[in-house]
Design a protein around this ligand. Structure first.
Ligand SMILES: [Zn+2]
Length: 428
């Protein structure tokens, strides 16, 4: 799988679709029961959506999601191995996509194939939905996940629970494990502020340039961050992770409402906690004149906003508008309002907990998590309310991180994740 260089690109014309075909040929070879027994819809350029009709129980359908695409390799000279060799070195499978997220693709497909080969058939409808452009925002086409979600919507299908990439299991102190289950995600929304002016020679600037006006807007916006507030998921996350915090902080996490002022003070020092408590703003791009002696006729600054549940794309834009000096305008470039979060008080969450206790014993701490990055599930808002972003892999120091050079995963992390999904499929 790793040898298929399924690198996505925001321009669909720049993608090597043959690599996806190679991957699909492998799927067909390794997963014959899935191909024989499940109905397959090919969606968009490389999307695969499988469906197995249940034997009938009235249970809501289950959907396992993952994406087939990977990010580009970055600087090749920094890689210690061929990023698309899939070589096994020191017990690790090495290469781009091993931890994001062909490991999950493998777990889901292996689990379904293994059970089907044993003669197991679900009493509920089972779906697999495998995207091909999770890592990019398609500029000249409909987003892949949107097409896959719409393929379900147009058939009127409602899914009970979705599993997708996101959280994992992590070793903690005193022999504990934490299982981080993504029950919600912020969305990435991009805006641009800009000012147009006639331009001209820098010897006659008058009262200031378009660039200066945009700079004032940046300062105004940055000095007016969104106020902190506690969403139900953030509260659950803080309380559940309190036992992992050091003395002094533990007590604040355990009672976020009662210790609200202390929590806000902590958040000012801790960017991850800060991001949990409000919509964040990051100015990342700026442009103006290309020459020192030319007044900019167009100055612009792009910024990335991570929107928290409770805010919507329109309300966020309106909030910024009040801080813009005269002549500076704002436009929404891309991104959606976040989907509602799921609740830990669900059948799937409790089942996940039960399976993990069965596999790892009682010392597993379940932590509902708000993810700060977005996944393909953002397009599935009309398909399901119950989304668990969790791959069931146990993570440790041997991993080579997602999106970085030298991405790799230990072999021994793979089988337990397959086992988790086998149990999930049987007990759902
Ligand atoms: Zn991913």
């Amino acid at each position: 799988m790793i040898r298929c260089a399924t690198v996505s690109n925001s321009d669909v014309n720049k993608v090597d679709w043959q690599e996806f075909e190679k991957l699909h040929a492998l799927f067909e070879k390794f997963y014959p029961h899935i191909y024989q027994l499940m109905e397959l819809d090919k969606v968009g350029q490389a999307g695969l959506q499988f469906h197995l009709k249940g034997t009938g129980s009235g249970k809501q359908p289950l959907l396992l999601m993952s994406h087939q695409d990977v990010v580009e390799i970055g600087d090749r000279s920094q890689w210690k191995f061929d990023p698309f060799s899939g070589d096994i070195i020191d017990g690790c499978v090495c290469g781009r996509g091993t931890t994001d997220c062909k490991h999950l693709l493998l777990s889901e497909l292996e689990a379904v194939e293994n059970l089907l080969a044993q003669g197991w058939r679900p009493d509920y409808d089972l779906y697999l939905s495998l995207g091909y452009a999770e890592e990019v925002y398609l500029e000249n086409d409909t987003d892949a996940a949107q097409r896959l979600a719409e393929n379900l919507e147009k058939k009127g299908i409602r899914i009970g629970t979705i599993f997708d990439e996101g959280g994992f299991i992590q070793p903690e102190k005193d022999g504990w494990l934490s299982a981080r289950i993504g029950l919600g995600e912020k969305t990435a929304v991009n805006y641009e502020i800009y000012k147009d002016s006639p331009g001209g020679h820098s010897s006659k600037p008058g009262a200031g340039t378009a660039l200066g006006a945009v700079a004032k807007a940046i300062v105004n916006i940055e000095t007016h961050p969104f106020p902190y507030r506690l969403t139900p998921l953030a509260k659950d996350q803080l309380i559940a992770s309190a036992p992992l915090q050091p003395e002094g902080i533990k007590e604040i996490y355990a009672d976020p409402e009662g210790r609200w002022e202390d929590l806000c003070a902590l958040a000012k020092q801790n960017p991850a906690l800060d991001a949990l408590l409000h919509t964040t703003i990051a100015f990342t791009m700026a442009s103006a004149s290309t020459q020192p002696n030319v007044l900019p006729s167009h100055a612009a600054a792009g910024f990335s906003v991570r929107v928290l549940q409770g805010d919507i794309v329109e309300s966020v834009q309106k909030y910024f508008t009040q801080f813009l000096p005269e002549g500076v305008k704002i436009k929404h470039i891309s991104g959606l309002t976040p989907t509602p979060t799921s609740t830990p008080d669900s059948h799937a969450f409790r089942l996940t907990e039960k399976i993990l206790h069965e596999m790892y014993g009682e010392k597993v701490l379940m932590i509902p998590v708000l993810m700060l990055g977005a996944t393909d599930t953002r397009y599935y808002r009309n398909v399901s309310q119950d989304v668990l972003r969790f791959s069931a892999h146990k993570k440790d120091a041997r991993w080579g991180e997602a999106h970085q050079v030298n991405e790799k995963i230990p072999m021994d992390a793979l089988r337990p994740s397959v086992e988790f999904f086998e149990k999930l499929l049987k007990l759902y």
